[in-house]
Design a protein around this ligand. Structure first.
Ligand SMILES: [Mn+2]
Length: 368
């Protein structure tokens, strides 16, 4: 029984806008995405993968930069692996897509039709099934699909689609359809968090998630899947690629210096990663965000700061003072007591904090 080694990746979303980053950092991230694409044939070589399955959304839009499209068409040239691409909803196949316009090397097969077809690789005794989205949406491609097994041939499926959501506009796939498919390994794409290795009947299926995060909804370790597949036997594992990560950290700054607390919360390799830092706790005054932001320069790739600290209740006690601070707090307290809703109360509380910080004159104050 011959085993074939597969590298399975999906959802690279090359040329993503990276809207949350400054333009120079967004440009850098898009360049890094192209570098990541170049790593895929190198990883296949390193790990001895004979087949690369790319399950869609390799490009983020149908108007990718020409250099990115060209790289995609050239990057597998000279690779000893057979490459299969099944376009998804972001990079659907059309006459104007790079998949149609550009010439790909002979070892790359692009599934161009929105129905399952197969390519046989005789030297590996493998058959690869796949289909490409022809539009931003795609109906159920696996409905009624079942392979007639041919001897000891390994059966693979490569397709973009969503498992377990019958209402999905992106090739909804049921567990029953996967079980009935008769394939050994179903290489899926679309969901950006790795599924882990799953089983439906005799079929093993998985999606790798995106190989590198692009936002705080794509946090944690990202990578691709490596699978050793033979008829009736699959051993698959997640291969982390060690790229930039997006991490959300909640940092209590109660009873401590906010800047020190933030710096202490960062992991050792923080300079490579992107953080959302949420400051929490009950404080006498609002943390000085500009000073924290300055201190983070060079310590992180990028950071977003959120102040969710609360004003210490007892500070309203100064409302009785015969001072400017007392007058200021009395005014706000009156407004707070007659505020119509929680949102207004929140705004008044914030105003009290900024006002107190300004009156104390020892903090810079900037609205968030
Ligand atoms: Mn998708």
């Amino acid at each position: 029984m011959s085993t074939v080694r597969i590298l399975h990746a999906a959802d690279l979303h090359l040329d993503s806008p990276f809207e949350a980053l400054s333009e120079p950092l967004a440009v850098q991230r898009r360049r890094e995405q192209r570098a990541l694409l170049k790593r895929i044939p190198a990883l296949a070589e390193k790990h001895g993968a004979q087949i690369i399955l790319l399950s869609g959304d390799l490009l983020d839009t149908d108007s990718a930069y020409p250099e990115t499209a060209r790289l995609l068409s050239e990057v597998f040239e000279g690779s000893s692996a057979k490459v299969f691409i099944s376009p998804g909803n972001h990079d659907f196949y059309s006459q104007s897509s790079p998949y149609a316009r550009l010439r790909f090397p002979a070892n790359v097969h692009i599934f161009r039709e929105p129905r399952l077809t197969a390519v046989t690789v005789p030297e590996l005794n493998v058959r690869v099934w796949g289909a490409g989205f022809a539009d931003r949406r795609c109906g159920a491609l696996l409905r009624g699909f079942h392979v007639q097994r041919q001897g000891e041939q390994t059966e693979l499926l490569c397709v973009h689609g969503e498992v377990g959501n019958p209402a999905s506009a992106y090739n909804p796939i049921t567990i029953e359809e996967l079980a009935a498919s008769g394939v050994d390994y179903a290489a899926l794409g679309h969901i950006h968090t790795c599924s882990g290795v799953r089983r439906a009947g005799e079929t093993i299926y998985a999606w790798p998630g995106c190989p590198e995060g692009r936002g705080f909804d794509e946090s944690g370790e990202k990578g691709v899947l490596l699978a050793d597949v033979a008829p009736g036997s699959v051993r698959a594992a997640f291969l982390p690629l060690g790229g930039r990560r997006y991490e959300t950290l909640r940092v209590s700054v109660e009873e401590t210096d906010p800047l020190e607390a933030v710096l202490a919360a960062l992991p050792e390799d923080s300079a490579r990663h992107v953080f959302r830092l949420i400051l929490t706790g009950a404080c006498d005054r609002a943390p000085a965000l500009p000073a924290i932001r300055r201190a983070l320069e060079g310590r992180v790739f990028a950071a977003e700061l959120r102040d969710e600290t609360r004003l210490r209740e007892d500070l309203w006690a100064h409302a009785g003072e015969d001072t400017l601070r007392g007058l200021f707090l009395r005014r706000l307290k009156q407004q707070l007591e007659t505020a119509p809703d929680a949102e207004t109360r929140e705004r008044i509380t914030q105003a009290a904090r900024w006002g107190l910080a300004a009156l104390s004159r020892d903090e810079e104050v900037f609205p968030l």
